[in-house]
Design a protein around this ligand. Structure first.
Ligand SMILES: NC(=O)c1ccc[n+]([C@@H]2O[C@H](COP(=O)([O-])OP(=O)(O)OC[C@H]3O[C@@H](n4cnc5c(N)ncnc54)[C@H](O)[C@@H]3O)[C@@H](O)[C@H]2O)c1
Length: 347
C-alpha cells in the first residue's frame, strides 16, 4: 500500500531548528518532498557564530548545528536560507515550491528570551506567521501551526485538555495564543484548513536551546552542579522529540486533523526532582543547587493526549524513563567522540 506521505510537498519554516530538522528528516524518510525555509539567525548558526556573546558551550552548539545541516544535506532536503519576515521573498519561494502542507515552526521558541526581547519575539513569531498564512490562504494549503502549552498559563489542578481555558502568562504564551487566533481567523475568512499543535518541554538530539534537561546532562558530563529553579516539585510534561515528530506525521496524513487543536506531548507530567533522579542514576557524583523560581513561569503539569488518541489513533511511546536515558546515552557518545579531538573537547 502506498504511504499517505509519499510525494506530499511539505514546507517547514524554521526547519533547521531543533524540532524542524528532526521532523524534516522523518517526513522525508516517509516519502514526502520536504523543503526548509530558515534564516539560521535565531538560536541557530548565525546567532552562535558570533564570538562576542560569551555563550556557554558555544563550540559544542556550533558542531550540533553543523551536524543538523549535514544530515539535511545528506537526506537531500533543501535548506532555503531566507528570512520569513520578508513578505515578498517568502511569497515568491512558496509560489515556486507549491506546498500541500506548511508546518510553521519559525519563532523565538523560548519563554525567557521572549520576556527579555518582546520586539524580536513579536517580529519573528507573528510577522513570519502572517506572511506564510497569506500565501496559504490562496491555495488551501494545510497549515500546521506550532503553538505551545504556554497558552494555558497555570494549569488548574495540574491538568489540561484542549478545552481548558487559555490564560497565558508573559510574552511568549500571549504571542502563541494570538498566533492561534490568527490561524483560526484565516480559516473563518478564507476557509484555510489548519491544525494547531500544543507541545511542551521537548528534549532530544541536537537541541541547543538550553532547556532544563539538556543543561542538566551537559553540566553532569562536565562535572558541574545541576541548578534547579524552585524546589524541584514543578511538574512538566517532558516530551521526547520523536513523539512530536510522529504526532505531526499523523496530523499530516489524517484528514481528521483538519481544523482541530491538539495537545502534542507524552501526556504524563513528571517533577523536576524526578528528572534529576534519572540524571543521578547515570552520573552518581553529580550535586544539585537550588535558585528562586521565575515568577513568570506558569505552574504546569500534564496535557491530556486523549483527543490525539481518539481522532488520530496516535499513541506517544516515550515516557521520560525511556526517552531521557536514550538522550543521555547519545550525549555520552557525543562527548566521548569529542574527547578524541582535543580542540572539540573544549566545549
Ligand atoms: N522545543 C520546545 O520545547 C517547544 C515547546 C512548545 C512549542 N515549541 C514551538 O515549536 C517551534 C520550534 O521550536 P524549536 O524548539 O525547534 O526552536 P528552535 O529555536 O530550535 O528553531 C526555530 C527556528 O526558526 C528559525 N527562525 C526564527 N525566525 C525566523 C525567521 N524570521 N525566518 C526564518 N527562520 C526563522 C530559527 O533560525 C530556528 O532555526 C517554535 O515555534 C516553538 O515556539 C517548542
Amino acid at each position: 500500500m502506498a504511504s499517505a506521505m509519499a510525494g506530499r510537498k511539505i514546507v517547514i519554516t524554521g526547519g533547521a531548528g531543533f524540532i524542524g530538522h528532526n521532523l524534516a528528516l522523518s517526513l522525508k524518510a516517509m516519502g514526502a518532498k520536504v523543503d526548509i525555509l530558515d534564516s539560521l539567525q535565531v538560536n541557530n548558526l548565525n546567532a552562535f557564530a558570533s564570538n562576542t556573546n560569551n555563550l556557554p558551550n558555544r563550540d559544542l552548539y556550533l558542531s550540533l548545528i553543523q551536524q543538523r545541516l549535514s544530515m539535511l544535506f545528506s537526506a537531500d532536503i533543501p535548506v532555503h536560507v531566507i528570512d520569513v519576515r520578508d513578505y515578498h521573498t517568502t511569497g515568491r519561494l512558496l509560489a515556486e515550491l507549491q506546498p500541500d502542507v506548511i508546518v510553521h515552526l519559525a519563532a523565538i521558541a523560548h519563554a525567557n528570551v521572549a520576556n527579555k526581547d518582546p520586539y524580536s519575539t513579536f517580529d519573528h513569531s507573528l510577522r513570519t506567521l502572517e506572511n506564510t498564512l497569506d500565501y496559504a490562504r490562496q491555495f488551501g494549503t494545510h497549515f500546521v501551526y506550532f503553538s505551545s502549552s504556554m497558552v494555558y498559563g497555570d494549569f488548574p489542578d495540574g491538568f489540561v485538555t484542549e478545552e481548558s481555558t487559555c490564560n497565558p502568562l508573559g510574552i511568549y504564551g500571549a504571542l502563541k495564543f494570538s498566533g492561534e487566533k490568527m490561524v483560526i481567523a484565516y480559516n473563518q475568512v478564507f476557509d484555510l484548513p489548519y491544525t494547531i499543535v500544543r507541545p511542551s518541554a521537548l528534549y532530544g538530539e541536537r537541541c541547543v536551546s538550553r532547556r532544563v534537561g539538556q543543561v542538566f546532562i551537559e553540566n553532569a558530563l562536565q562535572g558541574f552542579q545541576l541548578q534547579v529553579a524552585g524546589d524541584g516539585s514543578d511538574r512538566l510534561d517532558f516530551t521526547y522529540v520523536a513523539d512530536v515528530v510522529n504526532g505531526v506525521a499523523r496530523i499530516i496524513e489524517d484528514e481528521r486533523s483538519r481544523n482541530q487543536i491538539f495537545n502534542m506531548t507524552f501526556g504524563q507530567s513528571r517533577s523536576i526532582a524526578g528528572m534529576i533522579d534519572i540524571v543521578c542514576s547515570h552520573f552518581p557524583d553529580v550535586s544539585v543547587t537550588y535558585i528562586p523560581r521565575d515568577r513568570l513561569m506558569p505552574s504546569r503539569g500534564t496535557l491530556s493526549m486523549d483527543k490525539a488518541r481518539r481522532l488520530l489513533d496516535f499513541e506517544p511511546s516515550f515516557p521520560v524513563e525511556r526517552g531521557f536515558p536514550l538522550y543521555i546515552d547519545w550525549y555520552k557518545k557525543l562527548f566521548a567522540e569529542r574527547q578524541k579531538t582535543p580542540q572539540a573537547a573544549a566545549v
